[in-house]
Design a protein. Sequence first.
Length: 319
Amino acid sequence: MTATRIISENGLLRALPMAAAIDALRAALRSGTDPESDPPRTIVPVEHGQLLLMPAHRNRYAGVKIATVAPDNPAAGLPRVQGQYLLFDAPTLAPLALLDGIALTTVRTAAVSALAADMLAAPDARHLVVFGTGPQAHRHLEALRVVRPLTRVTVVGRTPANVGRFVEAARRDTGLDVGPGDPSAVATADLVACCTTARTPLFDGTLLMPHATVMAVGSHERGSREVDSATVRGCTVVVESRSAAVREAGDLIPDLDSGHLDRESLVPLADLATGAATADPARPRLFKSVGMAWEDLAVAGAAYEAAEEEHSAPPAHGG
């Protein structure tokens, strides 16, 4: 029996660069993955938060992510979200790998945003406005640099000290023009990445330029909103799956419920990837992500294969 491979955060990041994660998601959609067939996320309320269960199966692999959300943890210096991902061989259902679930989630969330941006954003998009200063904000900067020639980054956050640390690290790591800003910065943004736990909208959607692309990824909860109705109603809205969006996309649900947004007008990401749909270039674009199990599986499978190849490669010998 083959031993289950343990893939840590560092191991995942080493084995699967961001460009490879984006390619894995693109390949999954182009090869026939149907996000509408994903099982709904199971959310179990517990005393101090939530347990989340996300299973998926396709071709070579099956897998399941078990994650926890503990809102009070940051005040105690602990992660708000924690978890693990177990990858199985599909034909035998034998366990293949145990991956750091939070590293996997952070990478796949940013990668799917970058995939959407690559199909929606202006080719010369250079100014990115990032809301948030946590791991997702960092990964989104990394991922969006893969697909667009960014030169300027504006960081908007609630805590000046956190914004300052983000700006300093981003300047050092990227060499880009990175600085703090406020929500009005979206008026000159080519790309807007919303990576927060906000319950109310972060900016005024009427400020968006016609070519702007917004990515809202902060929540899968019905009561949370990072973008306002002006953004939702003024944009072409792209989602991972219509059924998941109707169930979980708090940014969209108020306008869906009021009839100002039609379910059938939501553009599935898979339709963009396969060329079955395109976005109107005359109006802004909004990609609302809730995070789905097919994404975890695609990235986990690619990371496992890369780690296996890395492990089996012959050692380099000096001359």
